[in-house]
Design a protein around this ligand. Structure first.
Ligand SMILES: CC(C)(COP(=O)(O)OP(=O)(O)OC[C@H]1O[C@@H](n2cnc3c(N)ncnc32)[C@H](O)[C@@H]1OP(=O)(O)O)[C@@H](O)C(=O)NCCC(=O)NCCS
Length: 329
């Protein structure tokens, strides 16, 4: 079987910065509280008039450019998002149109903050099975449009961004370079810990659903925190064990940037120093499915990812859905 390699990375970040001090004017919070409890200093907010597919297409185009591949050679686009442009069609087809990619497969995938890991796993399988040759995996979220800006428990945590990787067949054999493994997990018994109730078939968009404030993120923060540390750490261990690796074999961890204390808890459980984790949560907050590909793209552009390095990706999100991937760069 052939292996899959990440051929290129890209990201798109909105220009508008919202700092913790800005939030102090909106809800009963403080810069000190947000920094201490989460590590977040500021987040980005997409300007009015632009939508999820605009940011996704920008990140996707950059991933193609960094790989030296024309979007016309992309034959599958997977968009991980819980904040699509609209319920239908898929945001992925809008991205396809904006990129000028030819007719290929294009679909959205809903696994919340684990959306990029799930997309990577599906894209990896497609390439390995020779179903598609160039798969663009995008994680994108415009969470600012589904936040309750009066709820300090949630509105301080999230931000908008898009990140992308272009996948293709690796040369040189499966164990030399490429995606060594992806693992995906879910446990639907905790769905009420993190969800957006309205806008679907259960609570369609109606005057009542708006009155009841059902179209915004609802979260039990403490429960999410505990599950995140435990399950992300377990997924990391599964990734290492299934490849016969030890924690010290990992050069860089690109974890979902939800909370600095969650990352610290995972580091302790897995036995990895924080110095091995790439961190940009302070700049962007939690950008859900975008956070890993954005962090990866920044790490690549900063020269922190070098050929031959072993990278570990890991995330947990609503569902709960979670997973990990081990990649030799
Ligand atoms: C949300 C989170 C930061 C809260 O941190 P915490 O240490 O658990 O804080 P608590 O929930 O114990 O809240 C402590 C107090 O701070 C208050 N508080 C909550 N948000 C606040 C804010 N933005 N500013 C100030 N105070 C706040 C709470 O109301 C609570 O007050 P009380 O004791 O009077 O009831 C943390 O639980 C978390 O990060 N959870 C995971 C969230 C997440 O990552 N979600 C996405 C997953 S992909």
């Amino acid at each position: 079987m052939i292996a899959t390699r990440i051929l290129g990375t890209g990201s798109a970040i909105p220009g508008k910065v919202m700092t913790n001090h800005d939030l102090e004017k909106m809800v009963a919070t403080s810069d000190a509280w947000i920094r201490e409890r989460t590590g977040i200093e500021e987040r980005r907010i997409l300007e009015p008039g632009r939508a999820t597919s605009d940011l996704a297409a920008e990140a996707g185009a950059k991933a193609c450019a960094s790989a030296g591949v024309s979007p016309s050679e992309v034959d599958c686009i997977i968009v991980g998002t819980v904040t699509p442009d609209m319920p239908m069609p898929a945001t992925a087809v809008l991205v396809q149109q904006k990129l000028g990619a030819p007719v290929g497969a294009a679909f959205d995938m809903s696994a919340a903050c684990a959306g990029f890991i799930y997309g990577l796993g599906i894209g990896d399988a497609f390439v390995k099975q020779r179903m598609f040759k160039r798969v663009l995996v995008i994680g994108v979220e415009i969470l600012s449009r589904v936040l309750d800006w009066k709820d300090r428990n949630t509105c301080v945590l999230f931000g908008d961004a898009a990140g992308a990787v272009l996948l293709g067949p690796a040369e040189g054999g499966a164990r030399k370079r490429g995606i060594f493994s992806t693992h995906m997990f879910a446990d639907g018994s905790h769905w009420e810990d993190l969800y957006i109730p309205g806008g679907g078939s259960k609570h369609p968009t109606r005057p009542e659903s708006l009155e009841q404030n059902l179209h915004v993120v609802k979260m039990q923060g403490k429960a999410v925190f505990a599950h995140a540390v435990r399950n992300i750490a377990a997924a990391c261990e599964t990734a290492l064990e299934s490849n016969g690796f030890k924690a010290e074999d990992v050069d860089l961890v690109v974890a979902h940037q939800a909370n600095l204390r969650i990352i610290d808890g995972v580091a302790q459980r897995v036995g990895l120093p924080m110095s091995k984790f790439y961190l940009n949560i302070q700049k962007y907050g939690n950008t859900s499915s975008a956070s890993i590909p954005v962090a990866l793209d920044e790490a690549v552009r900063e020269g922190k990812v070098k050929e031959g390095m072993t990278l570990l990706f890991c995330a947990l999100g609503a569902g709960f859905s979670w997973g990990s991937a081990l990649v030799r760069w």
